[in-house]
Design a protein around this ligand. Structure first.
Ligand code: HEC
Ligand code: HEC
Length: 373
């Protein structure tokens, strides 16, 4: 049980330094950097001692880390009219300057909400600097974007539309004009926002897309396991979970989404190789937030390669090994990496094809101005 104890110690270590306060963006000192235990990039990282075979009962105290904090969040079911409008807008290419890029171009809903590229390509084939995270289960995260600069999914949704290298619309007026060119939208906005005199606004575009995204929730065998069905994971997957816990990964990847609850430094123990994007410090203007990013959820992780904000993890095994090294200072053996990957596959959820079905393309009004590229 030595390694379970180590896991608990790591968890406590982080909690003591402030990792428990989800709103706090400060870097929690890596537990492994206890006095005298500093690890330099040149010295070989220690290996994790093998997890005893056949002893894969999971400590229930550790499993509690995956339960919702402070009880289940009040579940709000958005009005169906708002969701229907949000779904149409998620697929709407007119929300981009060249009418070629929709939210779905970079967050393909049939591909677990990603584009599969290291960094995304927007209008005019422009390359962004960051990897597109999945939109599935994103609504529950403490904040949106790798650096948490938008606090809600509704607030986030208007960002890419005006972002010059994503959808590149010049301003709100252009967005409103593009949507006015489709007669059906006037009616859809009126029904989604009853009682508003001027419902077609950029803010309401965000509200509707957000309402749709709140329903992009996947459940998997892992969720059934956490809810108490111990038979939902195979013995191999339970072993992988044990390795994940013993290594201390759950110190950061915690809560029902196995992440999305806090900000942490990438390269907590060994500096991250790519220091170009400094993450959250650009938002908070605080030096302590250099290289701090949101800890991503690991739901559907087996389907969302490549990984990391910079897309530098080509496949799941590489990403797991890199995390052990840079976040915990352990050089995970191949068998351990494979075990963790096997467990992670149990978090691949089912996508409801009816919920994500692309609506029939809204017909252009004959009077609509032809948009110039
Ligand atoms: C050109 C590709 C592209 C388009 C188009 C795009 N996104 Fe994104 N999206 C990204 C990238 C890249 C990020 C990460 C950016 C960052 O963190 O700074 C992101 C981040 C997000 C996030 C945050 C997820 C998280 O876990 O933090 C959400 C939600 C999201 N996008 C939804 C949308 C919606 C809604 C639209 C359409 C209005 C949209 N995106 C259009 C590439 C795109
Ligand atoms: C000290 C906090 C911390 C610990 C411990 C930690 N992680 Fe992470 N993890 C992060 C952060 C922060 C990111 C986002 C890094 C980035 O892209 O800049 C991340 C990203 C990931 C990703 C990529 C997610 C994606 O969508 O791109 C995987 C996979 C992952 N971690 C697995 C693990 C595993 C396995 C362990 C244990 C060996 C672990 N992590 C330990 C903080 C942590």
């Amino acid at each position: 049980m030595r390694y379970l104890d180590r896991g608990i110690w790591l968890a406590t270590g982080l909690v003591l330094v402030g990792g428990c306060d989800h709103k706090q963006s400060g870097v929690a000192a890596p537990a492994t950097s206890a006095p005298g235990a500093a690890i330099s990039a040149s010295a070989p990282a220690p290996r994790l001692a093998p997890v005893a075979a056949g002893v894969d009962e999971i400590n229930p105290r550790l499993l509690r880390r995956f339960q919702p904090v402070g009880g289940a969040a009040a579940s709000q079911t958005p009005a169906p009219d708002k969701v229907a409008l949000g779904r149409a807008l998620f697929y709407e290419k007119r929300l981009s300057r060249d009418s070629r890029v929709a939210c779905n171009s970079c967050h393909s809903l049939t591909k677990y909400g990603i584009d599969g590229r290291p960094t995304s390509t927007g209008v005019d084939g422009q390359r962004g600097g960051r990897n597109a995270p999945t939109v599935y289960n994103a609504a529950t995260h403490i904040a949106q974007f790798w650096d948490g600069r938008a606090s809600t999914i509704e607030q986030q949704a208007t960002g890419p539309i005006l972002n010059p290298i994503e959808m590149a619309m010049p301003n709100e007026q252009a967005v409103v004009a593009a949507l006015r060119s489709v007669p059906a939208y006037a009616d859809m906005f009126r029904r989604a926002f009853p009682g508003e005199r001027q419902p077609l606004t950029l803010k309401n575009v965000g509200e509707a897309i957000g309402a749709f995204e709140r329903g992009l929730v996947t459940t998997s065998r892992w969720d059934r396991f956490i809810a108490g069905d111990s038979s939902a994971l195979t013995a191999v997957e339970k072993h992988g979970l044990r390795v994940f816990l013993d290594a201390g990964c759950m110190v950061c990847h915690t809560g029902p989404q196995v992440g999305g609850t806090m900000f942490q430094k990438v390269g907590a123990v060994i500096p991250w190789p790519n220091q170009q994007d400094e993450g959250r410090s650009a938002v908070t203007k605080t030096a302590a937030d250099r290289m701090v990013f949101k800890v991503p959820s690991l739901k559907n992780i087996a389907e969302t390669a490549p990984y990391f904000h910079d897309g530098s993890g080509a496949d799941l095994e590489t990403a797991i090994h890199k995390m052990g090294l840079h976040q915990l200072g352990v050089d995970l053996e191949d068998a351990d990496v494979k075990a963790i990957a096997a467990w992670m596959r149990s978090m691949t959820g089912e996508i409801d094809p009816a919920y994500i079905a692309a609506p029939a393309q809204q017909a252009d009004s004959p009077q609509a101005p032809t948009k110039t590229l």
